[in-house]
Design a protein around this ligand. Sequence first.
Ligand code: HEM
Length: 259
Amino acid sequence: MNTARSPLAASASGADLLLWVAVPYICLAVFAVGHVWRYRQDQFGWTSRTTQLLEHRWLRWGSPLFHLGAFMVIAGHVVGLAIPDSWTEAVGITEHAYHTTAVWAGSVAGVAMVAGLGMLCARRLLTRRIRLGTDRSDKFLFPLLSATVLLGITATAAHNVFGAGYDYRSTVSVWFRGLFVLQPHPEAIAGAPLLFQLHALTAFLLFAAWPFTRLVHVWSAPIGYLARPYLVYRRRTAAVAAPTAGGRTRSASGSRRAA
Ligand code: HEM
């Protein structure tokens, strides 16, 4: 363990080792083994289990808002957690510029994610047919996902939007990267504000739950869908099909990419 970094040099207690080393590694192990198990047991259930046919008004807004926010939040986390501040400074991004962008972009992304998730939860609670189709994994996933997202945005708001500012890149990020290079630094997060600690813990619990929930659909995002050939459909009255420039057949009535 590298104890040369002075602010992080304090030795970790047993509780710190449990919370910031054992729990994350157990969760990551469950994440990895769980995916293999799920793939072998339940390939046909490896979907988002969409409820689009049961309700689409809330879904039409909630789903894009949540997913767009999530993509932005993931991008922000990659930069903020995985990339050391010395690297961003080396390419000319000052600490001030990083934090200003992170707070603005993170807040927009976080609000989109919270609003979208709120709509997805609301339709699940308020639409009887969806409520009846909500299984045990959903009942665990939705509260855990909501807790993680709400703790994340509350930490950002409390410390970096309305508060004096907290440099999580020299603590939380150091701990996070240490786990993946097998040089854990529990002491790096042990002194972080409670909201950041709770956010990180719920995130790791979410990683452990991931393979047993509908979140597995993330790994089978339908990217090929964007490039797949059109499905041709014709109305009975206009069955004449005209070839298009790309060699695809486009009917007089229309053509769509179908799910
Ligand atoms: C162990 C993994 C994670 C760590 C260490 C972590 C850490 C952080 C930190 C340090 C912030 C504050 C960013 C800032 O103030 O600029 C934050 C914000 C946030 N996090 Fe996480 N996070 C993790 C996983 C997740 C996951 C899995 C989700 C969503 C499911 C999530 C959702 C959010 C949201 C919505 C925000 C507020 C918006 C933002 O600032 O990007 N985080 N997280």
